[in-house]
Ligand binder design. Structure first.
Ligand SMILES: NC(=O)c1ccc[n+]([C@@H]2O[C@H](COP(=O)([O-])OP(=O)(O)OC[C@H]3O[C@@H](n4cnc5c(N)ncnc54)[C@H](O)[C@@H]3O)[C@@H](O)[C@H]2O)c1
Length: 364
Protein backbone atom coordinates (compact mmCIF):
# COMPACT_ATOMS: atom_id res chain seq x y z
CA UNK A 1 0.00 0.00 0.00
CA UNK A 2 1.21 3.51 -0.81
CA UNK A 3 2.64 5.65 1.99
CA UNK A 4 0.18 8.49 2.57
CA UNK A 5 1.37 12.09 2.97
CA UNK A 6 -0.46 14.97 4.60
CA UNK A 7 0.75 18.48 3.90
CA UNK A 8 0.49 21.17 6.58
CA UNK A 9 0.62 24.72 5.22
CA UNK A 10 -0.72 24.87 1.66
CA UNK A 11 1.31 27.77 0.26
CA UNK A 12 4.14 28.10 -2.25
CA UNK A 13 6.42 25.28 -1.12
CA UNK A 14 3.50 22.86 -0.61
CA UNK A 15 3.17 22.70 -4.43
CA UNK A 16 6.78 21.48 -4.64
CA UNK A 17 6.08 18.90 -1.94
CA UNK A 18 3.11 17.59 -3.92
CA UNK A 19 5.22 17.30 -7.10
CA UNK A 20 8.03 15.57 -5.23
CA UNK A 21 5.64 13.08 -3.58
CA UNK A 22 4.07 12.34 -6.96
CA UNK A 23 7.57 11.43 -8.22
CA UNK A 24 8.24 9.00 -5.35
CA UNK A 25 7.25 5.44 -6.09
CA UNK A 26 4.85 4.08 -3.45
CA UNK A 27 3.83 7.50 -2.11
CA UNK A 28 0.74 9.64 -2.52
CA UNK A 29 -0.63 12.96 -1.26
CA UNK A 30 -3.67 12.18 0.89
CA UNK A 31 -4.61 15.59 2.28
CA UNK A 32 -3.67 19.18 2.87
CA UNK A 33 -4.38 21.38 5.89
CA UNK A 34 -4.02 25.15 6.14
CA UNK A 35 -5.25 27.52 8.81
CA UNK A 36 -6.75 29.51 5.96
CA UNK A 37 -9.50 27.10 4.81
CA UNK A 38 -9.62 28.52 1.26
CA UNK A 39 -5.89 27.77 0.87
CA UNK A 40 -6.46 24.12 1.83
CA UNK A 41 -9.44 23.87 -0.56
CA UNK A 42 -7.46 25.34 -3.46
CA UNK A 43 -4.55 23.01 -2.82
CA UNK A 44 -6.87 19.99 -2.60
CA UNK A 45 -8.52 20.94 -5.86
CA UNK A 46 -5.17 21.37 -7.61
CA UNK A 47 -3.67 18.11 -6.37
CA UNK A 48 -6.76 15.92 -6.12
CA UNK A 49 -6.42 15.28 -2.38
CA UNK A 50 -8.67 15.88 0.63
CA UNK A 51 -8.80 19.29 2.31
CA UNK A 52 -8.85 19.54 6.09
CA UNK A 53 -9.79 22.69 7.99
CA UNK A 54 -8.87 21.21 11.32
CA UNK A 55 -5.39 19.88 12.11
CA UNK A 56 -6.60 17.37 14.71
CA UNK A 57 -8.94 15.81 12.18
CA UNK A 58 -6.18 15.52 9.62
CA UNK A 59 -3.81 13.97 12.13
CA UNK A 60 -6.50 11.39 13.00
CA UNK A 61 -6.69 10.28 9.35
CA UNK A 62 -5.36 6.68 9.27
CA UNK A 63 -4.43 7.05 5.59
CA UNK A 64 -1.70 9.55 6.56
CA UNK A 65 1.67 8.08 7.57
CA UNK A 66 3.91 11.12 7.01
CA UNK A 67 3.30 14.86 7.25
CA UNK A 68 5.34 17.57 5.57
CA UNK A 69 5.35 20.98 7.22
CA UNK A 70 5.42 24.09 5.01
CA UNK A 71 4.05 26.68 7.41
CA UNK A 72 6.02 29.91 8.05
CA UNK A 73 9.39 29.09 9.63
CA UNK A 74 8.51 30.23 13.17
CA UNK A 75 5.30 28.18 13.02
CA UNK A 76 6.90 24.77 12.38
CA UNK A 77 7.06 23.63 16.01
CA UNK A 78 3.38 23.48 16.95
CA UNK A 79 2.20 21.30 14.02
CA UNK A 80 5.37 19.18 14.29
CA UNK A 81 4.68 18.40 17.96
CA UNK A 82 1.01 17.67 17.26
CA UNK A 83 1.98 15.34 14.39
CA UNK A 84 4.60 13.52 16.50
CA UNK A 85 2.04 12.98 19.25
CA UNK A 86 -0.33 11.57 16.63
CA UNK A 87 2.40 9.09 15.61
CA UNK A 88 3.08 10.56 12.16
CA UNK A 89 6.55 10.69 10.63
CA UNK A 90 7.59 14.28 9.97
CA UNK A 91 9.39 16.20 7.24
CA UNK A 92 9.89 19.87 8.18
CA UNK A 93 10.85 22.62 5.75
CA UNK A 94 14.02 24.57 6.46
CA UNK A 95 14.81 26.08 8.89
CA UNK A 96 13.81 23.30 11.34
CA UNK A 97 12.65 26.21 13.55
CA UNK A 98 13.93 29.69 14.27
CA UNK A 99 15.33 29.18 17.79
CA UNK A 100 17.34 26.35 19.30
CA UNK A 101 14.74 25.88 22.03
CA UNK A 102 12.02 25.32 19.43
CA UNK A 103 14.27 22.98 17.39
CA UNK A 104 15.06 20.99 20.52
CA UNK A 105 11.39 20.62 21.41
CA UNK A 106 10.62 19.17 17.98
CA UNK A 107 13.58 16.78 18.20
CA UNK A 108 12.62 15.65 21.72
CA UNK A 109 8.96 15.05 20.83
CA UNK A 110 9.88 13.01 17.75
CA UNK A 111 12.33 10.91 19.75
CA UNK A 112 9.70 10.34 22.42
CA UNK A 113 7.11 9.30 19.86
CA UNK A 114 9.61 7.12 17.95
CA UNK A 115 8.82 8.79 14.61
CA UNK A 116 11.24 9.75 11.83
CA UNK A 117 12.09 13.46 11.67
CA UNK A 118 13.80 15.02 8.68
CA UNK A 119 14.64 18.68 7.91
CA UNK A 120 14.47 19.64 4.27
CA UNK A 121 17.77 20.60 2.63
CA UNK A 122 17.41 19.50 -1.00
CA UNK A 123 20.87 20.76 -2.02
CA UNK A 124 22.53 17.98 -0.02
CA UNK A 125 20.96 15.47 -2.41
CA UNK A 126 22.33 17.04 -5.60
CA UNK A 127 24.94 14.93 -7.42
CA UNK A 128 27.48 17.76 -7.30
CA UNK A 129 27.17 18.18 -3.50
CA UNK A 130 27.59 14.44 -3.04
CA UNK A 131 30.70 14.35 -5.26
CA UNK A 132 32.17 17.19 -3.18
CA UNK A 133 31.41 15.38 0.06
CA UNK A 134 32.94 12.13 -1.23
CA UNK A 135 36.11 13.97 -2.31
CA UNK A 136 36.42 15.64 1.12
CA UNK A 137 35.87 12.37 2.98
CA UNK A 138 38.49 10.72 0.76
CA UNK A 139 41.00 13.44 1.73
CA UNK A 140 41.42 14.72 -1.84
CA UNK A 141 41.54 18.39 -0.77
CA UNK A 142 44.50 17.75 1.58
CA UNK A 143 44.33 20.11 4.54
CA UNK A 144 41.05 22.05 4.18
CA UNK A 145 41.96 25.75 4.23
CA UNK A 146 38.97 27.83 3.03
CA UNK A 147 35.21 27.19 2.74
CA UNK A 148 32.92 29.91 1.41
CA UNK A 149 29.16 30.20 0.95
CA UNK A 150 28.15 33.06 -1.33
CA UNK A 151 24.48 33.86 -1.83
CA UNK A 152 24.00 37.07 -3.82
CA UNK A 153 20.28 36.98 -4.42
CA UNK A 154 17.57 39.48 -5.19
CA UNK A 155 14.08 39.73 -3.77
CA UNK A 156 11.83 42.59 -4.87
CA UNK A 157 9.90 44.51 -2.22
CA UNK A 158 6.68 42.87 -3.51
CA UNK A 159 8.02 39.49 -2.39
CA UNK A 160 8.26 40.68 1.22
CA UNK A 161 4.87 42.33 0.93
CA UNK A 162 3.32 39.06 -0.38
CA UNK A 163 3.12 37.47 3.09
CA UNK A 164 2.79 39.20 6.44
CA UNK A 165 5.23 36.70 8.00
CA UNK A 166 8.05 37.37 5.55
CA UNK A 167 10.83 39.54 6.94
CA UNK A 168 9.63 39.33 10.57
CA UNK A 169 11.73 38.10 13.49
CA UNK A 170 8.76 36.28 14.94
CA UNK A 171 7.86 34.08 11.98
CA UNK A 172 10.80 34.31 9.54
CA UNK A 173 13.42 34.39 12.30
CA UNK A 174 15.72 36.52 10.16
CA UNK A 175 15.93 36.80 6.39
CA UNK A 176 18.81 36.69 3.93
CA UNK A 177 20.47 34.20 6.30
CA UNK A 178 17.65 32.37 8.10
CA UNK A 179 15.44 32.07 5.04
CA UNK A 180 17.58 32.10 1.89
CA UNK A 181 21.27 31.43 2.62
CA UNK A 182 20.46 28.70 5.15
CA UNK A 183 20.69 26.10 2.33
CA UNK A 184 24.31 27.18 1.73
CA UNK A 185 25.16 27.44 5.44
CA UNK A 186 23.92 23.86 5.82
CA UNK A 187 25.99 22.66 2.85
CA UNK A 188 29.07 24.49 4.09
CA UNK A 189 29.02 22.93 7.55
CA UNK A 190 28.17 19.50 6.10
CA UNK A 191 31.22 19.75 3.83
CA UNK A 192 33.70 21.65 6.03
CA UNK A 193 32.66 20.29 9.44
CA UNK A 194 31.50 22.09 12.59
CA UNK A 195 32.07 25.82 13.05
CA UNK A 196 34.12 26.90 16.09
CA UNK A 197 34.03 30.72 15.94
CA UNK A 198 32.15 33.49 14.10
CA UNK A 199 32.65 37.22 13.43
CA UNK A 200 29.96 39.12 11.52
CA UNK A 201 28.11 42.24 10.38
CA UNK A 202 24.55 42.53 9.06
CA UNK A 203 22.52 45.38 7.55
CA UNK A 204 19.08 46.18 6.16
CA UNK A 205 19.73 48.37 3.16
CA UNK A 206 17.31 48.02 0.26
CA UNK A 207 13.90 46.95 1.58
CA UNK A 208 11.15 48.60 3.53
CA UNK A 209 8.82 47.30 6.24
CA UNK A 210 10.99 44.32 7.13
CA UNK A 211 12.60 43.93 10.55
CA UNK A 212 15.51 41.76 9.53
CA UNK A 213 18.73 41.78 7.48
CA UNK A 214 19.00 41.92 3.70
CA UNK A 215 22.81 41.81 3.76
CA UNK A 216 25.01 39.67 6.03
CA UNK A 217 28.75 39.05 6.04
CA UNK A 218 30.44 36.60 8.38
CA UNK A 219 33.88 35.07 8.73
CA UNK A 220 34.00 31.59 10.19
CA UNK A 221 36.67 29.44 11.74
CA UNK A 222 35.91 25.76 11.44
CA UNK A 223 36.89 23.23 14.12
CA UNK A 224 39.48 21.80 11.73
CA UNK A 225 41.21 25.21 11.64
CA UNK A 226 40.07 26.23 8.14
CA UNK A 227 38.60 29.72 7.63
CA UNK A 228 35.67 30.77 5.49
CA UNK A 229 33.03 33.35 4.74
CA UNK A 230 29.27 33.45 4.53
CA UNK A 231 28.08 36.25 2.28
CA UNK A 232 24.30 36.48 2.05
CA UNK A 233 21.99 39.04 0.54
CA UNK A 234 18.55 39.50 -0.99
CA UNK A 235 19.44 43.02 -2.11
CA UNK A 236 21.77 42.36 -5.04
CA UNK A 237 20.17 43.03 -8.41
CA UNK A 238 19.57 40.98 -10.55
CA UNK A 239 20.51 38.02 -8.30
CA UNK A 240 23.17 35.43 -9.13
CA UNK A 241 23.40 31.67 -8.67
CA UNK A 242 24.65 30.77 -5.22
CA UNK A 243 28.18 29.40 -4.86
CA UNK A 244 30.01 27.06 -2.52
CA UNK A 245 33.80 27.21 -2.75
CA UNK A 246 35.94 24.59 -1.00
CA UNK A 247 39.72 24.92 -1.03
CA UNK A 248 42.54 22.89 0.44
CA UNK A 249 46.28 22.32 0.19
CA UNK A 250 45.73 19.67 -2.51
CA UNK A 251 42.53 20.65 -4.28
CA UNK A 252 39.72 23.10 -4.97
CA UNK A 253 36.12 22.75 -6.05
CA UNK A 254 33.52 25.41 -6.82
CA UNK A 255 29.84 24.69 -7.11
CA UNK A 256 27.48 27.21 -8.66
CA UNK A 257 23.97 26.12 -7.63
CA UNK A 258 24.11 22.48 -8.82
CA UNK A 259 26.90 22.88 -11.37
CA UNK A 260 30.48 22.00 -10.55
CA UNK A 261 32.44 24.74 -12.31
CA UNK A 262 35.89 24.00 -10.83
CA UNK A 263 37.20 20.57 -9.92
CA UNK A 264 40.99 20.83 -9.58
CA UNK A 265 43.12 18.36 -7.69
CA UNK A 266 46.89 17.97 -7.36
CA UNK A 267 46.41 14.20 -7.75
CA UNK A 268 44.08 13.70 -10.70
CA UNK A 269 41.82 10.70 -11.05
CA UNK A 270 40.39 9.11 -14.17
CA UNK A 271 36.81 10.05 -13.27
CA UNK A 272 37.57 13.77 -12.79
CA UNK A 273 36.91 14.78 -16.41
CA UNK A 274 33.66 12.80 -16.46
CA UNK A 275 32.56 14.33 -13.13
CA UNK A 276 33.16 17.87 -14.42
CA UNK A 277 31.30 17.15 -17.64
CA UNK A 278 28.36 15.42 -15.94
CA UNK A 279 27.99 18.09 -13.26
CA UNK A 280 27.69 21.06 -15.60
CA UNK A 281 24.33 22.56 -16.54
CA UNK A 282 22.38 20.74 -13.84
CA UNK A 283 20.63 23.89 -12.60
CA UNK A 284 16.89 23.80 -12.99
CA UNK A 285 14.96 27.07 -13.02
CA UNK A 286 17.00 30.04 -11.91
CA UNK A 287 18.06 28.35 -8.69
CA UNK A 288 15.86 30.81 -6.76
CA UNK A 289 18.39 33.63 -7.28
CA UNK A 290 15.75 36.18 -8.24
CA UNK A 291 12.45 34.27 -8.15
CA UNK A 292 11.61 32.05 -5.16
CA UNK A 293 9.44 29.77 -7.32
CA UNK A 294 12.18 29.23 -9.95
CA UNK A 295 13.51 26.07 -8.29
CA UNK A 296 13.30 22.41 -9.21
CA UNK A 297 11.68 19.78 -6.98
CA UNK A 298 14.14 16.94 -7.72
CA UNK A 299 16.11 17.60 -4.49
CA UNK A 300 12.89 17.33 -2.51
CA UNK A 301 12.05 14.08 -4.34
CA UNK A 302 15.39 12.52 -3.38
CA UNK A 303 14.99 13.65 0.21
CA UNK A 304 11.45 12.24 0.43
CA UNK A 305 12.76 8.94 -1.00
CA UNK A 306 15.44 8.94 1.70
CA UNK A 307 12.76 9.43 4.38
CA UNK A 308 10.62 6.62 2.92
CA UNK A 309 13.68 4.36 3.10
CA UNK A 310 14.35 5.40 6.72
CA UNK A 311 10.74 4.61 7.69
CA UNK A 312 10.92 1.20 6.02
CA UNK A 313 14.28 0.31 7.55
CA UNK A 314 13.52 1.95 10.90
CA UNK A 315 16.78 3.91 10.56
CA UNK A 316 17.73 7.59 10.68
CA UNK A 317 17.20 9.70 7.56
CA UNK A 318 20.20 11.47 5.96
CA UNK A 319 19.15 14.82 7.45
CA UNK A 320 17.56 14.22 10.83
CA UNK A 321 16.58 16.75 13.51
CA UNK A 322 20.05 17.42 14.97
CA UNK A 323 21.45 17.81 11.43
CA UNK A 324 18.69 20.33 10.67
CA UNK A 325 19.52 22.25 13.86
CA UNK A 326 23.18 22.84 12.89
CA UNK A 327 22.57 25.67 10.42
CA UNK A 328 20.10 27.36 12.79
CA UNK A 329 22.81 27.46 15.48
CA UNK A 330 25.38 28.94 13.07
CA UNK A 331 22.95 31.60 11.87
CA UNK A 332 21.98 32.56 15.43
CA UNK A 333 25.72 32.79 16.16
CA UNK A 334 26.14 35.14 13.18
CA UNK A 335 23.27 37.35 14.43
CA UNK A 336 24.83 37.46 17.87
CA UNK A 337 28.30 38.30 16.51
CA UNK A 338 26.83 41.06 14.32
CA UNK A 339 24.85 42.57 17.19
CA UNK A 340 27.68 42.54 19.73
CA UNK A 341 30.61 43.20 17.38
CA UNK A 342 32.42 40.37 19.16
CA UNK A 343 33.54 36.89 18.17
CA UNK A 344 31.02 34.18 19.11
CA UNK A 345 32.14 30.65 19.93
CA UNK A 346 30.07 27.59 19.04
CA UNK A 347 28.42 25.46 20.28
CA UNK A 348 26.00 28.00 21.78
CA UNK A 349 24.90 27.04 25.28
CA UNK A 350 21.40 28.33 24.56
CA UNK A 351 19.56 30.77 22.30
CA UNK A 352 21.44 34.08 22.22
CA UNK A 353 19.60 37.07 23.58
CA UNK A 354 19.20 39.37 20.60
CA UNK A 355 18.02 42.92 21.22
CA UNK A 356 16.70 43.19 17.66
CA UNK A 357 14.66 40.02 18.13
CA UNK A 358 13.08 41.10 21.36
CA UNK A 359 11.33 44.14 19.86
CA UNK A 360 7.63 43.32 19.90
CA UNK A 361 8.26 39.57 20.07
CA UNK A 362 6.99 37.29 22.79
CA UNK A 363 7.31 33.60 23.40
CA UNK A 364 10.13 32.77 21.00
N1 LIG B 1 13.22 24.25 0.55
C1 LIG B 1 13.03 25.34 -0.13
O1 LIG B 1 13.66 25.55 -1.17
C2 LIG B 1 11.99 26.33 0.34
C3 LIG B 1 11.51 27.30 -0.55
C4 LIG B 1 10.53 28.18 -0.10
C5 LIG B 1 10.05 28.10 1.20
N2 LIG B 1 10.57 27.16 2.04
C6 LIG B 1 10.10 27.11 3.45
O2 LIG B 1 8.74 26.71 3.46
C7 LIG B 1 8.00 27.37 4.49
C8 LIG B 1 6.81 28.09 3.87
O3 LIG B 1 7.24 29.01 2.90
P1 LIG B 1 6.26 29.44 1.68
O4 LIG B 1 7.07 30.34 0.81
O5 LIG B 1 5.60 28.24 1.11
O6 LIG B 1 5.20 30.33 2.49
P2 LIG B 1 3.69 30.69 2.07
O7 LIG B 1 3.35 31.92 2.80
O8 LIG B 1 3.56 30.67 0.57
O9 LIG B 1 2.85 29.45 2.63
C9 LIG B 1 2.65 29.21 4.01
C10 LIG B 1 1.25 28.63 4.19
O10 LIG B 1 1.11 28.22 5.57
C11 LIG B 1 -0.19 28.62 6.03
N3 LIG B 1 -0.11 28.71 7.49
C12 LIG B 1 0.38 29.70 8.27
N4 LIG B 1 0.34 29.35 9.59
C13 LIG B 1 -0.19 28.11 9.62
C14 LIG B 1 -0.49 27.19 10.66
N5 LIG B 1 -0.20 27.49 11.93
N6 LIG B 1 -1.06 26.02 10.33
C15 LIG B 1 -1.33 25.70 9.06
N7 LIG B 1 -1.08 26.52 8.01
C16 LIG B 1 -0.51 27.70 8.29
C17 LIG B 1 -0.46 29.93 5.33
O11 LIG B 1 -1.84 30.23 5.31
C18 LIG B 1 0.11 29.65 3.94
O12 LIG B 1 -0.85 29.07 3.08
C19 LIG B 1 9.01 28.29 5.19
O13 LIG B 1 9.51 27.67 6.34
C20 LIG B 1 10.13 28.46 4.16
O14 LIG B 1 11.39 28.70 4.75
C21 LIG B 1 11.50 26.27 1.63
Amino acid sequence: MATGFGIIGCGMIARFHARAIADCRGAKVVAGFDNVPAAADKFAEETGCKAYHDLKQMLADPEIDVVTIGTPSGAHMEPAIAAARAGKHIIVEKPLEITLRRCDKIIAECEKAGVVLSTIFPSRFHDSSREMKRAIDAGRFGQLTVGDAIVKWYRAQEYYDSGAWRGTWKLDGGRALMNQAIHSVDLLTWLMGPVAEIRAQTAMLAHKRIEVEDVAMATLQFENGALGIVEASTAIYPGYLKRIEIHGSAGSAIMEEEDLIKWDFAKKRKRDEAILEKMAQQVSGGGGAADPAAIGHHGHTRQFQDVLKAIKKKSAPAIDGPEGRRSVEIILGIYKAAETGRAVKLPLKSDPTLKARKVGVAGL
